[in-house]
Write a protein that binds this ligand. Sequence first.
Ligand code: BG6
Ligand code: MG
Length: 228
Amino acid sequence: MVKFEQIKGFVFDLDGVIADTSVYHGKAWHQLADELGVTWTEQLANDLKGVSRMDSLELILKAGGKENDYTLEEKEKYAAEKNTNYLNLLKDMDKSAILPGMADFIASLEEHDYKLSLASASKNSPLVLEQLGLAQYFKNRIDPATLKHGKPDPEIFARGAEVLGLKPEECIGLEDASAGVKSINGAGETSVGIGDPEILHEADINFTDTSQVTLDNIKKAMDKVEMS
Ligand code: BG6
Ligand code: MG
């Protein structure tokens, strides 16, 4: 692992890292899975995290053995329906939806002159950042519509470093999804997994929740790995 002192930038996932919107994504997909007659499981909920809208729908259909049952047009209609449900859940969201400690962590990064970028698969991320009052911190964003491959492919996190003018090894990526941790690792950045360490076992550093994510704790964790 690289030394903490080499780090110059942080590449953030949004849903489940900065805000608890991943719960709303889950609710909206659960609603659609019920409508499609697909059994909702914890495993499915975890597999969908970080995955793009259409890929998520495909995973749900596959879980129910229905991957060949719908035309592209029908699938687009279902994906749009999920998004409408998701946006309804977001309607009254404000900065109280920022996960514990993340507003302070982001502010501390700016204070210490680290560069920040956003590597979210969500096409709703500009709206979410506005509602959270955090848009000014994330001027460097990857437009998911320009990606060839979704997470777990490294493309989005590689682009997250590129837009900052940094080498991957100079960046830390933060993720709550297994697919996202794989993307960070594939891009050659240091991965911070936030959530269940068993699910995120591939991360270089693990924190069980966002309140533990501070510069100090990241430095301590990186120093510890280096010494072992
Ligand atoms: C990711 C979420 O950030 O964005 C996924 O973790 C979601 O759950 C994906 O499916 C795409 O989001 P959207 O808002 O474009 O449907
Ligand atoms: Mg996420």
